[in-house]
Write a protein of this length. Structure first.
Length: 94
């Protein structure tokens, strides 16, 4: 990956967009591609290690609310079962 992409800062608006996409259950790799940032950075945002001061859609700050994370993961699993897909565990994690 290009070093300039790794070093790129997110504006507060972009960080809020990443958090909104995570909140809605979008895949971290998809978010990373859309925002032109590494997937690891999206993960760190989700865990509250980066952009912790930017609000989530529910108004909280820090890491994504654990109840929300569980809800999104269970929805992805339920949808995968409904569609008869055997998605790898990795794809179901946030």
């Amino acid at each position: 990956m290009n070093q300039s992409i790794l070093d790129r800062s997110l504006s507060p608006t972009e960080a809020k967009m990443v958090k909104k996409m995570l909140w809605e259950g979008d895949n971290q790799s998809v978010i990373a591609g859309f925002m032109s940032i590494p997937q690891a950075r999206v993960s760190r945002i989700s865990l509250g290690r980066l952009e912790a001061d930017i609000e989530w859609p529910n108004g909280s700050v820090g890491p994504m609310d654990s109840e929300r994370r569980v809800l999104i993961t269970s929805q992805k699993r339920r949808n995968a079962r409904r569609m008869g897909l055997g998605l790898p565990q990795r794809e179901l994690e946030l």
